[in-house]
Ligand binder design. Structure first.
Ligand code: NAG
Length: 152
């Protein structure tokens, strides 16, 4: 996860570098790695999912009643993170990202959101944590939409 974050950050640095010196090679690199908003969206989805996972892991540790349901959400998000890693690696090496990786990101995020919104708790702290995780996941999903819209 952290490694991908570092890779994603490198995208932005590469991009900024390419805007400063507009050599033809850099233009090719810039086209390959996308525009700035695209990269901001990529960073946001990565950061948003990491934040959601942290919140969910805290919930599994603090509430036994919802722990196994919450764990299945964690597993789906891990699946999405794995697929994002595949896309990130492909972008970084200049290869075409495998088409099913994007489907896997979307499929896992949809599964995670569905499972998470189905969990409820009468415990106030757990309920608040679930609500926070939902909002963090929604933020990551919005960034995902941004990736689709801005990364061409
Ligand atoms: C979730 O992602 C994994 C790869 O990380 C993939 O094998 C699996 O099919 C994905 N699940 C869905 C529902 O898309």
């Amino acid at each position: 996860m952290f490694r991908f974050f570092a890779v994603a950050l490198t995208f932005v640095c590469l991009l900024l570098g390419s805007q400063i010196s507009a050599a033809p090679t850099n233009e090719i690199v810039a086209r390959q790695i996308g525009n700035l908003q695209c990269n901001v969206d990529r960073l946001s989805i990565v950061a948003g999912l990491a934040k959601t996972q942290k919140t969910l892991k805290g919930l599994t540790a603090s509430d036994d009643a919802t722990a196994s349901s919450v764990q299945s959400v964690i597993d789906s998000i891990s699946g999405a993170q794995g697929a994002i890693g595949v896309i990130g690696k492909a972008l970084f090496t200049g290869a075409t990202a495998p088409a099913d990786a994007r489907t896997q990101v979307q499929g896992n995020l949809t599964a995670a959101a569905g499972a998470l919104s189905a969990i409820s708790s009468t415990d106030a702290t757990t309920a608040a944590g679930l609500k926070q995780a939902l909002s963090e996941l929604a933020g990551a999903a919005t960034a995902g939409e941004g990736v689709v819209a801005n990364c061409k």
